[in-house]
Design a protein around this ligand. Structure first.
Ligand code: NAD
Length: 330
């Protein structure tokens, strides 16, 4: 049977990039997103816009927690699922924990029941490096993931556990990808790469949580899209893969690269490290390299250059959108 992919979270950062890749490859898909106002909605609208006239894809505005969505989807002939819909953001999960557990666990339950009832051939689920907490570096798939530092991480460990139990009880094929700090065009305004670029270019101070030595394994979005495509085509039983760049870089280095691309110096304001944050992440990607054929190509210097180009091309519209949203909320 020809492949037809359900992409949940299709208007999000990774979902938008992934759906555009499906479209470019001519792979039929159905995208679902409820436009959660977790960040400026203009970004989500911009992500979805190129897909609205797509020959291969169709978009449904809906909540994955609402059961009625699945009746509609069962008439679509879905063969594969890429499950990206989630409440995202580490610190925000402390503010609205019910929303994180509701979408990331109960929403996932609906997606998995749909997969079981429609004999889906592979469910690819987006998990996160946050499941590793403060484990020893580099993080590898064989490590225990039982000490989450945030409610977001706990919700994603819950999602992974649920996926494993579904595979065991019903035999639903599952591929879990643990993604490491993804950045690139369409990037989330609540993440450091976007916030730093925005504030540095406006001459406003940036908050440094803790120290400039915190490290992240920054992963460019096109490498993540490649990993999703590889995982999708995998003959799945159940497995978990790290998807990172295997190149941990400090916040100080990140700021230096952004300064160079923006052409301005950052004003740094040091604030206390959040309890939810970890000091460093680094992915051991040997399993994904060996078994999926994953091979990240974009180094941080090149990726930030591409991000800043995108940012400059949308920032006027973005600011207008952000201020409209701020007015609406006030
Ligand atoms: N960006 C990263 O650095 C990163 C790192 C690790 C894991 N991930 C995971 O990858 C996935 C995609 O992340 P992203 O960065 O694109 O985030 P995102 O917030 O841009 O995308 C998530 C999308 O899901 C949608 N959504 C949320 N709740 C929903 C619901 N109940 N029903 C339907 N849609 C809903 C949102 O509106 C949003 O468009 C998430 O599962 C996230 O946890 C991301």
């Amino acid at each position: 049977m020809a492949m037809k992919v359900l992409v949940t979270g299709c208007a999000g950062f990774i979902g938008g990039n992934f759906a555009r890749a499906l479209d470019a490859e001519g792979i039929p898909f159905v995208g679902v997103d409820n436009f959660t106002p977790s960040y400026a909605l203009w970004v989500k609208k911009a992500n979805i816009k190129p897909l609205l006239g797509s020959k291969f894809g169709k978009f449904i505005k809906a909540d994955i927690c609402a059961k009625k969505l699945y009746g509609k989807l069962s008439r679509e002939g879905i063969t594969h699922i890429v499950h990206l819909a989630a409440r995202t953001g580490v610190r925000d999960s402390t503010r609205v924990p019910e929303e994180y557990l509701g979408t990331n666990i109960l929403g996932t339950l609906n997606v998995l029941e749909f997969a079981r009832d429609n004999n889906v051939e592979n469910v690819v689920l987006a998990s996160t490096s946050s499941v590793y907490g403060r484990n020893e570096l580099p993080f590898s798939e064989g490590q225990a993931v039982s000490t989450p530092m945030s409610i977001y991480a706990a919700s994603k460990i819950g999602m992974e556990s649920l996926a494993h139990s579904f595979h065991n009880v019903y035999g639903v094929p599952m591929t879990i990808l643990r993604l490491f700090t993804v950045y690139g065009p369409g990037g989330r305004p609540d993440m450091a790469v976007y916030t730093f670029t925005d504030l540095i270019s406006r001459g406003e101070p940036i908050n440094i949580y803790g120290s400039l030595d915190s490290k992240r394994d920054f992963t460019f979005v096109s490498d993540v899209v490649d990993a999703l495509l590889l995982a999708l085509r995998r003959n799945a039983g159940f497995d978990v893969f790290n998807i990172g760049n295997s190149d941990s870089r400090s916040v100080g280095e990140l700021i230096g690269i952004i300064e160079k691309n923006v052409g301005a110096k950052a004003k740094k304001r040091f604030v206390a490290k959040a309890r939810e944050d970890v000091d460093a992440t680094l992915a051991d990607i040997s399993k994904a390299r060996g078994q999926l054929g994953y091979n990240p190509k974009v180094r941080l210097e090149e990726g930030i250059e591409k991000f800043v180009q995108w940012f400059n091309s949308v920032q006027f519209r973005g600011r207008a959108g952000v201020s409209r949203l701020a007015k609406k909320r006030a």
